[in-house]
Design a binder for this molecule. Structure first.
Ligand code: ATP
Ligand code: MG
Length: 275
């Protein structure tokens, strides 16, 4: 079984869903053949690693794998080993003159400020043939001296319309036919995270005649139509009825209290947006 998120990971910057601002900057680098050190900041599953790989493929070309090093800052190998890896990789000359290598450091905001500070010199010493891309959820986790040495590129949650377009693309390639309300439910449950969306899609592909309810169940969320009566009773002061519904969701349907609160929260957010 192939995992769809890997199978359908875009290979070119222009195929990245959403992220118009980020990809506009990246296309600029590709057409100029030059790029500075970069910081990719944004929530999970929105294309940061994907964009780094696309950039490497398009800037470096055929042998990109030999010139691209992906490291995860949050594993327990320690910064000294990470720095050794970086030095070993950076030290060897690029095969083609004028070309550079890319070091992609995932979860860079997990590095301690001291560890980040230790990278400053490495970035400068090897600038001739190495560019860093730091990936993080929040750019505030990156110390100012690194921020000033890099260009910040923000990645955003994938908007609903882009999410649906991307999900449709994957479904078509996989010959999976789902009704519009199921696609809507997937987009809703993915909450702007395309990795989550594609994973939901793949899980549903194993379900015979899937329903909207299946989408919520696989995502571990309470369906809105179960939350609506709970919330409306509570709002009208019918607390007994509201708590009866709540208890039934807990006991009969097996949701956790947190699932129910999350369901109420997302319903309220949706109502606000519709107003
Ligand atoms: N903008 C996007 N366009 C196309 N596919 C995407 C996009 N974002 C995510 N995906 C899909 O989701 C998968 C995971 O995305 P990616 O690894 O780029 O996320 P990330 O932003 O690096 O997340 P994390 O912060 O968790 O590392 C990709 O392999 C791809 O299938
Ligand atoms: Mg990533």
């Amino acid at each position: 079984m192939e995992i769809w998120i890997e199978k359908h990971r875009p290979k070119r910057v222009e195929d990245i869903a959403g992220q118009q601002e980020a990809t506009r900057i990246l296309r600029g680098f590709i057409s100029s053949g030059e790029m500075p050190h970069l910081i990719f900041a944004g929530p999970p599953g929105v294309g940061k690693t994907t964009a780094a790989i696309c950039l490497a493929m398009e800037m470096i070309g055929e042998n990109w794998r030999d010139h691209f090093l992906e490291l995860n800052a949050s594993n327990d190998r320690g910064i000294s080993i990470i720095r050794e890896d970086i030095k070993d990789f950076a030290r060897t000359q690029s095969i083609t003159e004028g070309k550079f290598k890319i070091i992609f450091l995932d979860e860079a905001d997990e590095l301690t400020p001291e560890a980040q500070a230790a990278l400053r010199r490495t970035m400068e010493v090897y600038f001739k043939n190495v560019r860093f891309i730091f990936s993080c959820n929040y750019s505030t986790g990156i110390i100012p001296p690194l921020q000033s040495r890099a260009v910040l590129i923000r990645f955003k949650k994938i908007e609903d319309s882009d999410m649906k377009k991307a999900l449709k693309g994957v479904s078509e390639k996989e010959n999976l036919k789902l009704s519009d309300d199921i696609m809507d439910a997937i987009a809703e449950n993915a909450e702007g995270d395309l990795r989550k969306g594609i994973n939901l899609l793949q899980s549903l592909s194993y379900v015979e005649k899937p329903t909207v309810r299946d989408v919520y169940e696989i995502a571990g969320n309470v369906e809105e139509k179960d939350i609506i009566p709970l919330l409306s009773n509570a709002r009208h002061g019918n607390f007994e009825e509201a708590s009866r519904i709540g208890m039934s969701l807990l006991i009969d349907s097996g949701y956790s209290a947190l699932d129910i609160i999350k369901g109420m929260h997302s319903l309220m957010v949706r109502e606000q947006k519709q107003d």
